[in-house]
Structure formats: C-alpha cells, structure tokens
Ligand binder design. Structure first.
Ligand SMILES: N[C@@H](CCC(=O)N[C@@H](CS)C(=O)NCC(=O)O)C(=O)O
Length: 211
C-alpha cells in the first residue's frame, strides 16, 4: 500500500514548494495539497509554524510523520516515483542539474527579498548577467553531452531535473523573456513540460502566483 502523503506549503507561492507539487502531478500520485495562508489577517501559519520541523515550509507528511527541507522532500519523491534517473550515471546528471537549479533558486529568492534599491540593482545585474547564464550554460552543456532521446535533459524519460529546470525558468522568463535564447535543450524542456499528461491540466489550473 502506498504511503498517505500530505504536503504543506504556502498559498499563493511556488518558490521552494512547487517542485514537489510538480513531482506529485507528473507521477500521478495522490496527495493532500495543503496550501497554508501565511499572512494576517487570516494567517494559519502563526499557529502551524511551531508544529513544523524547522519552523518552515515546505513539509511533507508521510503516514503521519513530518519531514522538512524542500530539496530533501523533492529528492525523496523523485526516488519514490522513479523520476531520479534510471541508473547511477543518470542520477549523477539529474543531481548535477538539480543542485545547480537550487543554487540559482536561492540566489533568486534572496534577490526578490532585497529591499534596498541600490543593492537590489547591483545584485540583479550580477544574477542576470553572470550567475544565471553560467548555470544555464553548464546545464545546457550537460544536456548536450548526455545521450538523451527526445527533449528530456537526462536519458530517455522525464526526471526531476526537467521539472526543476521548468519550475525555475518559469520564474526567470517572467523577468528576462530572452533568457533561453542560447539554450536550445533548456528551451525545449521548458516547452515540453507543460504539454505532458497531468502537468498540462495542473499548470493551466494552478493559482497564478508572482513568487
Ligand atoms: N532550507 C529550507 C528553507 C525553508 C524556508 O525558508 N521556507 C520559507 C518559505 S519559502 C518559510 O517557511 N518562511 C516562513 C517562516 O520562516 O516563518 C528549505 O529549503 O525547505
């Protein structure tokens, strides 16, 4: 019998939480998608926070046990659902791509939270002109070298690397529409993911969020 999953993340946010939602949807696995109101006046978070491991979200409940940390959760789900690469070489590649995306995601979150206008301008320039292109070049290179079939980044089937890249680029393209110009493999997966069974319905119907 598969475990009973409940997944907690904030309402109206993708941020560190969406990748695991995409994993559930892509695998077609049942879960309770608990979207928590973070802010007053209807904050559910202030009561929930002390009960969550680490006091942050996302959190995954597996048969009643709570686990924190977004990447740990996503990696567990990818393994459970067979979306982590089919052999050790493919797992190496998926981890390489996902780790790079997580680094970019953390830089992006920090940038979005920066309130000082001058610091933000400098940080944004560095992010868009140096850090992001360096990460995308590396991912593109790995995907080009990998003997993959079709548009997937690793091997011949969907993996959590594809979902992580899609999720991150979804944020990036909103601020830099030409970000995929020199990255044909990444551009192809960005187009493919929203056409996949399950994901296409989910992506059309999920709440619009800016973060
Ligand atoms: N390293 C943690 C960071 C989690 C984190 O900071 N989550 C934020 C939302 S993206 C949060 O829960 N903020 C509310 C709070 O800290 O009270 C992870 O990747 O899960």
């Amino acid at each position: 019998m598969p475990p009973k999953y409940r997944y907690y993340f904030f309402k109206n946010y993708r941020s560190r939480g969406e990748l695991s939602r995409l994993l559930f949807v892509a695998a077609g696995v049942d879960y309770e998608d608990i979207r928590v109101e973070r802010y007053e006046p209807e904050s559910e978070w202030k009561d929930l926070k002390p009960t969550m491991p680490g006091g942050t979200l996302p959190v995954l409940e597996v048969d009643g046990q709570l686990f924190g940390e977004s990447v740990v959760i996503a990696r567990y789900l990818a393994r459970e659902f067979g979306l982590d690469g089919k052999n050790n070489y493919d797992k190496l590649l998926t981890d390489t791509i996902v780790d790079r995306i997580i680094q970019i995601r953390e830089l992006f979150i920090r940038l979005m939270l920066e309130k000082d206008v001058e610091i933000r301008a400098v940080t944004e320039k560095k992010f868009l002109e140096e850090q992001l292109p360096a990460a995308l070049n590396l991912i593109e290179k790995h995907a080009q070298e990998n003997k993959c079939t079709g548009d997937f980044l690793v091997g011949d089937k969907l993996s959590w690397a594809d979902l992580a890249v899609f999720d991150m680029m979804d944020h990036i393209v909103a601020v830099k529409p030409n970000a995929l110009g020199n990255h044909p493999k990444i551009a192809a997966i960005f187009k493919l993911v929203p056409s996949l069974p399950g994901l296409s319905e989910y992506l059309k119907n999920r709440p619009m969020t800016s973060a």
